[in-house]
Design a protein around this ligand. Structure first.
Ligand code: CDP
Length: 213
């Protein structure tokens, strides 16, 4: 099983780079953030408070989740758009701090990798906790202002401020939680993408994978 783990803070380019790398290497791609977002979405829809530990754990264990072909389907409804909305973005890091949620999603992620023979997998704890034996671990980062600008691109000035505040708040929660906090995993290659194009990042990562094959 060949896993390439990509971790990093919000808006560091993990999804764009992860998809691109999977394409270039002919591997499948898993966005674990979408799984945490799907649990937050299901909780909001079910009227469950995101900080209510036990009920949230139950939501995670019971949801039927499919991530095939870039669509995110939660209990039969397509939630691809909603999981990126502000309501889910506000709740997701609270949901993701719950150890029961993490345990359930870790299990699903390992199962997914076993079924697909590995893949490019991105998130916050992939190289540090879920797949510590990954062939390549990448920690992607960029200046907070650049990350907010990328997210807010084509939005108004007001949107930029809101997006920047959301990213900073989520980073603090993700780095500060007890269970699987966002860290640079041992043995990871750190790539600061602030001044790099997507193609430059991809060239570098393809080279690193080739070196390890
Ligand atoms: O795309 P963006 O970087 O904004 O976030 P995401 O990858 O969609 O992840 C959303 C949230 O899920 C993160 O802020 C974390 O709270 C949580 N998450 C996590 O805790 N562990 C993961 N492996 C992936 C995401």
């Amino acid at each position: 099983m060949r896993v390439i783990a990509i971790d990093g803070p919000a808006g560091s380019g993990k999804s764009t780079v992860g998809r691109g790398l999977a394409d270039r290497l002919g591997l499948t791609y898993l966005d674990t953030g979408a799984m945490y977002r799907a649990v937050a979405f299901a909780a909001i829809r079910g009227g469950v408070d995101p900080t209510d530990s036990e009920p949230i754990g139950e939501v995670a264990r019971s949801i039927e989740l499919s991530l095939d072909g870039g669509r995110v389907v939660v209990d039969g409804s397509d939630a691809t758009i909603e999981i990126r909305g502000p309501e889910v973005s506000r709740a997701v890091s609270l949901v993701a701090a719950n150890p029961e949620v993490r345990e359930e999603l870790r299990t699903r992620q390992r199962l997914w990798a076993a079924e697909h023979g590995g893949g490019v997998i991105e998130g916050r704890d992939i190289g540090s906790v879920v797949f510590p034996d990954a062939v390549l671990k990448v920690y992607l980062t960029a200046d907070p202002a650049e990350r907010a600008r990328r997210r807010a691109d084509e939005m108004s000035e007001l949107e930029y401020e809101r997006v920047a505040a959301d990213l900073a708040r989520r980073d603090a929660l993700d780095q500060g939680r007890d269970d699987s906090p966002l860290v640079e995993p041992d043995g990871a290659v750190t790539v600061d993408t602030t001044a790099m194009t997507v193609d430059e990042v991809l060239e570098l990562l393809v080279r690193l994978v080739e070196e390890r094959s």
